[in-house]
Write a protein that binds this ligand. Structure first.
Ligand SMILES: Cc1cc2nc3c(=O)[nH]c(=O)nc-3n(C[C@H](O)[C@H](O)[C@H](O)COP(=O)(O)OP(=O)(O)OC[C@H]3O[C@@H](n4cnc5c(N)ncnc54)[C@H](O)[C@@H]3O)c2cc1C
Length: 430
């Protein structure tokens, strides 16, 4: 019999699977997406990126939610920023994440980009922010500078050069250590026996299958795992969550155009104002994405200004709310979220003015960190305990759904550390 089935191969699932395999456990990892190599093209990214949700096109206060459905999960599309977990917050919940975090730091390519990889638009923003007196710093990235290229934008679509870290690296290590990864395999429910998790039912190649194991770890992401718990009759229909909504505030600087301008690693530098629940970074995206932002808000006059446009990301820590249903996701801004955005975008406009940018406009809000529906320490109807165990023996969750809300930080490094810690805990149990 298998020791553990892990459902979902993003940072949370890949980390727990790799730790278990390294410690000699028999592991099956089910991933609903495919595992074809990343090519760094818009077409492939569009296939991988699922935009779930209802209401985003109907209500101006509903966020469009982005996630990646593929081997490696959303880490294949993310911007590779490595934010440290809030260790004290976890310690207060009985979780010592420091040892696992230290191991992650020792093994992963984490560090600031060298100056030559910070693009000209990001540099201009950094100078303007500092001139405004703001503590703008280069951010830690999960990027290997030696393999990264100046004037490249492909990391946003899925880096094909091995420069940007993704959870696919852990999947490969897990495979070499004996774990089995089955892609295009969508888990449909958790199988129960005597009130305990006994395995998983999944759809693969058009047929339903089942696999049995001592333990099951759900790692389908902030939306996928709550959905699977509900489908298994183990969680209410709709659970509130947070999503860390973002807007891009953009303005053009005359004469800044240079060959290759606009092709940069996004989020090279930025700042967080935790007291205000706000964070900021440069956010230069590939031209088609920039043009989509301009079109979204009717700024046809800005369509061809990509190479001279400074883009700033304004991210808020939002209040938990909305709900995740069987086929829909609904997350709208609340009054306090709108107030945060107002403060954040006003500050972004000040930085752009200092940088000499004109024709300023901003995108609609969208969100990339859905989480907290099964919050550790949250006390909700489906919250997990300090070992990430659900109320059902043998059933664990290890992904953004367990993050204690509210959040507001890039969560990947936290999830990697949680995965390591859970892998070790499960090995000790067996
Ligand atoms: C554009 C963008 C930029 C981002 N930038 C950053 C950043 O710079 N830094 C950072 O830390 N974070 C960033 N993030 C967020 C980060 O990537 C995610 O928070 C993180 O990947 C979440 O990890 P996870 O393990 O919870 O789930 P995911 O990475 O979403 O993985 C879940 C996996 O489970 C699979 N799955 C779901 N349901 C099932 C099922 N029923 N059966 C089988 N498989 C299933 C999915 O296909 C997916 O592969 C960004 C996100 C986006 C969208």
């Amino acid at each position: 019999m298998l020791d553990t089935i892990v459902v979902g191969s993003g940072p949370g699932g890949a980390s727990v699977a790799q730790t278990l395999a390294r410690l000699g456990q028999r592991v099956l990892l089910l991933e609903q997406g495919g595992a074809e190599p990343l090519r760094g093209t818009l077409a492939q990214m569009a296939r991988i990126a699922a935009v779930p949700g209802r209401g985003a096109f109907l209500h101006s206060d509903a966020s469009l939610l982005v996630r990646g459905l593929t081997a490696g999960g959303t880490s294949t599309l993310n911007f590779a920023t490595a934010a440290a977990p809030p260790l004290e917050r976890f310690a207060a919940l009985g979780v010592d994440l420091a040892p696992a975090l230290a191991e992650c730091r020792a093994e992963l390519p984490i560090g600031q980009l060298p100056d030559e990889l910070v693009g000209p638009l990001a540099q201009r923003i950094l100078q303007a922010a500092r001139a405004t007196g703001l503590p703008w710093q280069k951010l830690d990235k999960m990027i290997r500078p030696a393999l990264c290229r100046t004037g490249c934008w492909r990391c946003v679509y899925g880096c094909p050069y091995g420069a940007k870290w993704s959870a696919r690296e852990l999947l490969e290590q897990a495979r070499l250590q004996g774990a089995r990864l089955l892609d295009n395999a969508r888990a449909t429910r958790v199988l129960l026996e005597g009130g305990r998790a006994a395995g998983v039912e999944y759809l693969h190649a058009g047929a339903l299958h089942s696999a049995r194991a001592r333990n099951v770890v759900l790692a389908g992401g902030g939306i996928g795992s709550p959905r699977l718990l509900h489908a298994s009759g183990l969680a209410p229909r709709s659970l509130p969550f947070f999503s860390d909504p973002v807007v891009a505030v953009m303005g053009a600087v005359d004469g800044l155009d240079a060959p290759g301008a606009g092709a940069e690693v996004p989020m090279a530098a930025g700042m967080a104002l935790p007291e205000d629940g706000l964070s900021f970074a440069d956010l230069t995206l590939p031209r088609p994405m920039y043009q989509a932002f301009a079109l979204q808000v009717g700024r046809i006059d800005r369509l061809w200004a990509h190479g001279r446009t400074l883009s700033l990301m304004v991210k808020i820590r939002d209040a938990a709310g909305g709900g995740i249903g069987p086929r829909w996701v609904d997350k709208r801004l609340q009054a306090e979220d709108r107030a945060r955005f107002q403060r954040g975008t006003a500050l972004a406009r000040r930085i752009l003015a200092e940088a000499g940018a004109r024709h300023v406009f901003q995108s609609w809000h969208f969100a990339a960190h859905p989480g907290g529906a099964l919050a550790l320490g949250g006390g909700g109807p489906a919250a997990v305990d300090s070992n990430l165990r659900t109320a059902t023996p043998g059933l664990y969750v290890c992904d953004a759904a367990v993050l204690p809300a509210p959040w507001g930080l890039p969560p990947t490094l936290t999830l990697l550390a949680l995965g390591r810690r859970l892998g070790r805990h499960l090995t000790q149990l067996n």
